[in-house]
Design a protein around this ligand. Structure first.
Ligand code: DSN
Length: 459
């Protein structure tokens, strides 16, 4: 039976009733046995076929993209509820539409859980994702008529995000943006150089955080630099939010004026965003999100975020966060032993950036070969890459998804070996098929969160 239908069977009767049945009994004739997921199969079988194929792909491949994860059944159930039907422009107890009694409770619950988990003074859970959260923070913290409209962030080629002021991003269109880099030899953040550049550029906002930086970020040091040059500090912790929640990476919250994050990476929630900030910035940042950039919040996502935050406050989540890093270190050692040089020479967090050209492949060739072998990653520039961003030298991988499935250091030895085998054997269909078979065999033993029996058939 298709997983969507199976999933329906594990939902409680009450939830199905709420979703499927009208409170007026006369309107429910014939609906008693209907549930929303059967409804999808009946309404759109073509879509169900596509979703089923994606489920099987996610089940059997080794998901190594460090920004991805597997949300729990509870998170997915929360996002698939009637909350999607409600408009709620505004904030709890100050809305522009009626009927908000329960939406206010749900949004407040998510906010209070985020404040407690991260020790934040103020939280906004309405950003649609990380990019809008970043733009909202910049527009909130830099008044429209301020003389200083400068932002300074880590450059994309050095591991920063587009929205940290990179030239193709709207953040560089609306603000005067500059980028710092990493040390050309160590590929580490060079705080003396960042300080010198910040003092010279004099930004209104100094941005820290990254999407492809495999080491601990010293947020306290960034705060010192921001203070010295009179800038506000914004930390984008999207990649590491789960590591921060799990106590395995220092928190930016005590140091930054505002912290942005997505909710679906290491934090393992639904796709969404949050802003955590000091109370003094609460009003301007809230206004920047709504009405500044967005309309109604996605209430079903807010509910999923609330669930993820509850899960992230557990002992099991702390163990998971610590295991992510242990797995990452174990995988890094295997890759190095296989002759793949790593940016910064290793990892302290959930991700690894390796130079595929050491095995004679470009990053794109390597990631395509890995994909054919059931190892899902993305090609990525390495610091000071001589190749174009469209076919760079590097591949970025990470361990959050595999760790969520329960893989540990012993399995990382296999994964690292298979990555090297796939890259070396990229033109040999037999090698790629052999690795794919071995990957699928291993993955079948580690059921991801969010999947229930019977599991998808092997593609
Ligand atoms: N697209 C995300 C990543 O893969 O790192 C960043 O937003």
């Amino acid at each position: 039976m298709h997983r969507i239908l199976r999933h329906a069977l594990v939902m409680t009767f009450d939830v199905r009733r709420v979703i499927c049945q009208s409170p007026r009994p006369e309107l429910n004739a014939g609906k008693e046995t209907m549930n929303p997921l059967n409804a999808l199969a009946a309404t759109d079988p073509d879509l169900v076929t596509m979703i089923a194929a994606e489920e099987a792909r996610q089940f059997y491949t080794a998901k190594l993209i460090p920004s991805e994860n597997y949300a729990s059944c509870a998170v997915m159930e929360a996002t698939g509820t009637v909350l999607t039907n409600k408009y709620s422009e505004g904030y709890a107890f100050k809305r522009y539409y009626e009927g908000q009694q329960f939406i206010d409770q749900i949004e407040t619950l998510a906010i209070e859980r985020a404040k407690s988990l991260f020790g934040a003074e103020h939280v906004n859970v309405q950003p649609y994702s990380g990019s809008p959260a970043n733009l909202a923070v910049y527009t909130g913290l830099i008044p429209r008529d301020a003389a200083n409209q400068r932002i300074l962030g880590l450059g994309l080629p050095a591991g920063g995000h587009l929205t940290h002021g990179w030239k193709v991003s709207a953040t560089s269109r609306f603000f005067q943006a500059a980028q710092y880099g990493v040390d050309p030899t160590t590929h580490l953040l060079d705080f003396d150089a960042i300080r010198a550049q910040a003092l010279e550029f004099n930004p209104a906002i100094l941005i820290c955080g990254a999407t492809a930086y495999p080491r601990v970020i010293d947020f306290a040091r960034f705060a010192e630099i921001a203070q010295e040059c009179g800038a506000l500090l914004v930390a984008d912790m999207a990649h590491i939010a789960g590591l921060v929640a799990g106590g395995v990476h220092p928190s930016p919250v005590p140091h930054a004026d505002a912290v942005t994050t997505t909710t679906h990476k290491t934090l393992r929630g639904p796709r969404g965003g949050m802003i955590l900030c000091k109370q003094q910035h609460a009003a301007t940042i809230d206004r920047a999100v709504f009405p500044g950039l967005q309309g109604g919040p996605h209430n079903h996502t807010t509910a999923g975020i609330a669930v993820a935050l509850k899960e992230a406050a557990t002992h099991e989540f702390r163990m998971y966060a610590h295991q992510i890093v242990a797995n990452s270190r174990a995988l890094a050692e295997v890759l190095q032993a296989e002759g793949l040089p790593l940016a910064t020479g290793g990892t302290d967090n959930h991700l690894i950036l390796f130079d595929a050209t050491a095995l004679g492949a470009t990053g794109k060739q390597a990631s395509k070969a890995m994909d054919q072998a059931g190892l899902e990653a993305n090609f990525n520039s390495i610091p000071f890459d001589r190749r174009s961003p469209f076919d760079p030298s590097g591949v970025r991988i990470g361990t959050p998804s595999l760790t969520s499935r329960g893989l540990k250091e012993a399995e990382m030895a296999h994964i690292g070996k298979w990555i090297a085998d796939a890259i070396r054997g990229r033109e040999d269909a037999n090698v790629l098929a052999r690795v794919r078979g071995e990957v699928f065999d291993l993955m079948a033993q580690f059921v991801p969160p969010g999947f229930v029996r019977p599991y998808p058939e092997r593609p």
